[in-house]
Design a protein around this ligand. Structure first.
Ligand code: NAD
Length: 709
């Protein structure tokens, strides 16, 4: 019965157990050919009297990673009949649901042997088996929510029957993968074995077949009886998580399907799941997230990057143990890299290292890190007051004060101490990388690595390519960012790079809206309604208003409301007063702030008016889009998708709205340009006039920036 190795499904018989092995592509995506081959193999085995049970296996890296995402983007194509996209289509049979039903209703016990990953449709297939064995290193999950979808082949019905509704909701609404040991603890798998295709696994399967009648997962009720008895339980359990979900629409759809599957029947749940799945596939929210998925992949291949030029980074250095330096050191050490942190002063170093310890202790008590892991990580971070301790590092990331002279001084010193092939990166938020590089002997090895706060958590790194940065430097920084689990995006040099440059335009409008008639609460609420976690004023209060105030004073700039707040000692959360009054971290509207704003408007002779929520939204977002168009025009960002990735990963732009440039395409670039013209006129502000090809888009009556779809 064995088939040739190049077949996508092979069958071998061992002691009455048919080992059916999937071997299709890199990750066993459940495409049409694999589904067909698998179902044919199952049919043959069903008729074979010599077979008493089936062990369904994948490859070491993947049992199956589920659907091929590209199939979702071409729903009309023949390919769409495969993977998740082929659900219930009728064409390309069997579709995934039919294949899953074939497994679940199989007349002989089917055991899934999970190696590598079992994700999405792959896990749904495994859950339809009558039992599951997992390799210790396997990862299991239903990540559909990351694409604005819900599991579409029975996952919302079967997962709660195996692990209970609470755990199932957690997995489906966060999309997070679980380990084999977690899966065993929760009942998602029945045994963990080194090799699920081994003679031991065959023996386990034979015993299982001999002692138990094949039970269908859909018929298991033990873990859902309680929730089924009290209608509304699933919704109640999920309410908080739905609100916080990356895509609340997809999350609600999953909850609806799960509720129906538990409170009514498995089949009713499956119908709701199918309806909701089809609705979500067509939704703009899912399209936005599929765009981001493609944009993230594209950002990994910037035009200027020669990945082969990357040098190995064995040890790293960080200069400055403040907010950012500590976080960056943690991020580097998390990937097993020894890090030397150099500070100017003993007290600052002690403070910084103590903060790292505190963060690690917090992550241990949260359960996101083991004590052993934390101890190991801490042992990789060494503090120093001497630049001579950086002589053998391969990369230094500077995170000292945001002051050009300070940074130039540090880079000149580094230049003397480090090896000539050591990469020197600055975490500057705004300063010119070329100015920083100018004072060094080898400007070619200088670039920016702009992390976001908290640096050990936030995924984005803008990798800033200076005019002298060479290939090896860029590639080394990019590869290091990838290695520590970040999302690097290559950008060019300008004030604030991509993210902060666009943020600044938004801040100017936010301040202007206060002068013209809005209040902080209204503005923040509008952005939260759009899907941001925080509005600009809440964000300002959290970060501290004094930093911007000092910068403005130094640069001879003003922001009348923000300046007035600072002048009255309101620096944000740290002084329990900013745009809001604080009790702990809880902010409340403050009549004093309203008075202060009215006073500033009056002094400046601005007559206040009622401002609609839609104007607030457009005034905040459209100038950002405009700036994004300029950034593209200038070649600071390579693609519109890069800007979207930066805003979603670094500034919490809601993923289901695809990023600013995607959003522009969604509402129509013509509309955006029209409104900008109107606001430019209304505010007498020429900087609001549509720029570059945003303007051209209207003139030629075309819509769309040609963004990747
Ligand atoms: P911070 O004030 O918390 O820390 C700066 C640290 O650098 C201090 O501990 C200081 O003692 C040390 N330092 C100053 N001069 C030094 C020198 N010559 N040698 C060694 N150490 C020196 O500042 P931060 O918020 O961590 O910001 C650091 C850099 O990161 C700045 O360039 C900032 O613009 C940038 N940045 C900050 C954020 C943020 O949200 N805080 C985000 C992105 C980038």
């Amino acid at each position: 019965m064995p088939g040739p190795a190049d077949q996508i499904v092979t069958v071998s018989l061992v002691d009455g157990v048919a080992r059916i092995t999937m071997n299709s592509g890199r990750v066993n995506a459940l495409g049409r050919a694999l589904r067909r081959a698998l179902s044919e193999a199952l049919m043959r085995v069903a008729r074979d009297r010599a077979v008493t049970a089936v062990l369904l296996l994948g490859q070491p890296e993947a049992f199956s990673a589920g659907a091929d995402v590209s199939e979702l983007n071409s729903p009309e194509s023949d390919n769409s009949q495969s993977g998740v996209a082929g659900l219930g289509s009728g064409v390309g049979r069997p579709d995934l649901r039919e294949l899953i039903a074939l497994v679940e209703d199989f007349p002989k016990p089917v055991i899934a042997g999970i190696t590598g990953v079992a994700l999405g449709g792959g896990l749904e297939l495994a859950m339809a088996a009558h039992a599951r064995i997992s390799a210790p290193g396997a990862r299991l999950g239903l990540p559909e929510i990351a694409l604005g979808l819900l599991p579409g082949a029975g996952g919302t019905g079967r997962l709660p029957r195996l692990v209970g509704p609470e755990r199932a909701l957690e997995m489906i609404l966060t999309g997070k993968e679980v380990s084999a040991s977690e899966a065993l603890r929760d009942g998602l798998v029945d045994a963990v074995m080194e090799d699920p295709g081994s003679p031991d696994a065959v023996r386990w399967t034979t015993e299982y077949a001999a002692t138990r009648a094949p039970g269908r997962t859909r018929d298991r009720t033990g873990k859902v009886t309680e929730a089924a008895a009290v209608p509304g339980t699933v919704s109640r359990l999920a309410a908080d998580a739905v609100r916080k979900a990356r895509d609340p629409y997809a999350a609600q759809a999953a909850v609806d399907a799960m509720s129906a599957g538990i409170e009514q029947s498995f089949d009713r749940g499956a119908n709701v799941e199918q309806e909701k799945f089809e609705e979500r596939v067509k939704s703009p929210e899912s399209a936005a997230q599929r765009h981001l998925f493609a944009a993230e992949r594209a950002a990994r291949r910037p035009a200027y990057l020669d990945t082969d030029a990357a040098r190995a980074v064995r040890r790293a250095g960080v200069v400055g143990a403040g907010t950012m330096g500590g976080g960056i050191a943690m991020a580097l050490a998390s990937a097993g890299m020894p890090v030397t942190v150099v500070e100017a002063e003993r007290a600052a170093l002690d403070r910084g290292l103590a903060q790292v310890q505190k963060n690690l202790a917090a992550s241990v008590s949260r359960g996101s890190r083991t004590q052993a892991g934390a101890t190991q990580l801490e042992s990789l971070i060494t503090g120093s007051l001497d630049y001579a301790d950086l002589t053998d590092v391969d990369l230094v990331i500077e995170a000292a004060f945001e002051d050009l002279q300070v940074k130039q001084g540090i880079f000149a010193t580094l230049d003397r101490f480090v090896r000539p092939d050591c990469v020197l990166a600055s975490n500057t938020s705004y300063l010119g990388i070329d100015d920083i590089a100018a004072g060094t002997r080898f400007p070619a090895r200088v670039l920016g690595m702009h992390f976001f706060s908290p640096a050990n958590v936030m995924p984005l790194v803008e990798v800033v390519r200076g005019s002298s940065t060479d290939d090896a430097t860029l590639a080394t920084a990019f590869a290091t960012a990838r290695r520590i689990g970040k999302t690097p995006v290559v950008v060019g040099v300008c004030h604030g790079f991509v993210g902060n440059r666009m943020l600044e335009v938004r801040s100017v409008q936010a301040e202007q809206l206060l002068l013209e008639g809005a209040l902080p609460g209204q503005v923040d609420q509008v952005l939260k309604g759009f899907g941001f976690r925080m509005g600009p004023f809440e964000m300002g209060d959290m970060a501290g208003l004094d930093i911007g105030w000092r910068n403005r004073k130094a640069g001879g700039r003003t922001a009348p409301v923000a300046d007035a707040l600072c002048e009255s000692g309101r620096f944000g959360q740290k002084t329990s007063a900013g745009y809001y009054a604080y009790v702990g971290r809880e902010g409340h509207d403050d009549p004093e702030v309203e008075q202060l704003i009215l006073e500033v408007s009056r002094k400046l002779g601005v007559s206040r008016r009622e401002i609609s929520d839609s104007e607030i939204l457009e005034r905040l977002l459209f100038p950002m889009i405009n700036e994004g168009a300029r950034i593209l025009d200038e070649g600071i960002a390579e693609r519109a998708g890069d800007i979207d990735v930066i805003w979603v990963k670094g500034y919490n732009w809601p993923a289901y709205r695809g990023g600013p440039m995607w959003y522009a395409d969604h509402v129509g670039t013509g509309y955006v340009a029209d409104r900008l013209r109107r606001y430019a006129e209304q505010c007498g502000d020429v900087s609001l006039l549509p720029a570059g090809f945003l303007s051209k888009a209207v003139d030629s009556a075309t819509s769309g920036l040609g963004l990747p779809g």
